[in-house]
Design a protein around this ligand. Structure first.
Ligand code: 2AM
Length: 190
């Protein structure tokens, strides 16, 4: 068995993906033609933990761990909220839309997943968790356009019913994602 590239994430309902795709399409003309690698609408997701190189035989164990953690968290709702850039607006690398997690449900889930991943032997993540939905990744050296370039998302909420272990295969046309394990939260579908 080989080594694959994986991460743990929340996938979005199709209507949210499409809304974010439209948002990105509205921002896109302001940027240089090939200055940004825009994420395909169906690939936009909310990462909880990037795992990176993962031995394939570990997928089952990670899945079992995720099932246990997810089973301790009730399904919950998130709202799209705000947009921005990492690391900042002057030197943008990642163009994103945010989520409002007023009850702290997402952060609690992410923190338990971080604990699981540590137990499974991964190094601690040193950076703070900043939940975001990446719309585009700015190529090195590309300057942000003058004026308006980051749009606010529509007021939409969505239910989070599961977390997924996703395999990311890097292809010339962008990453291809394949869900390797789905762990439902408690009361999924609420
Ligand atoms: P990003 O969207 O902010 O780039 C799959 O690559 C997912 O894992 C993306 O959502 C990506 O976040 C996230 N991720 C976190 N750390 C990463 C890293 N070191 N390399 C690639 N992706 C990373």
């Amino acid at each position: 068995m080989g080594v694959i590239r994986t991460f743990i994430a929340i996938r979005l309902p199709g209507e949210i993906e499409r809304a974010l795709g439209r948002l990105a399409a509205g921002i896109r003309p302001a940027w240089p033609e090939r200055g940004v690698r825009w994420v395909k609408a169906e690939n936009i997701h909310l990462t909880l933990r990037f795992l990176g190189a993962t031995e394939e035989e570990r997928v089952g164990g990670i899945g079992e761990g995720l099932a246990a953690v997810a089973g301790e968290h009730e399904a919950f709702e998130l709202a799209l909220a705000g947009s921005g850039c990492f690391p900042n607006g002057r030197r943008p690398r990642v163009i994103w839309t945010g989520v409002a997690d007023d009850a702290g449900r997402l952060v609690a889930l992410q923190s338990d997943i971080e604990g699981l991943v540590r137990e499974l032997g991964w190094e601690a993540e040193t950076r703070d968790y900043r939940p975001h939905l990446t719309l585009g990744r700015v190529r090195q050296g590309v300057k942000p356009p003058q004026g308006y370039w980051c749009g606010d998302p529509p007021a939409m909420t969505f239910a989070v019913g599961a977390v997924e272990l996703i395999e990311s295969a890097l292809q010339p046309g962008g990453a291809e994602y394949r869900t390797r394990y789905t762990a439902p939260l408690r009361g999924r579908g609420v």
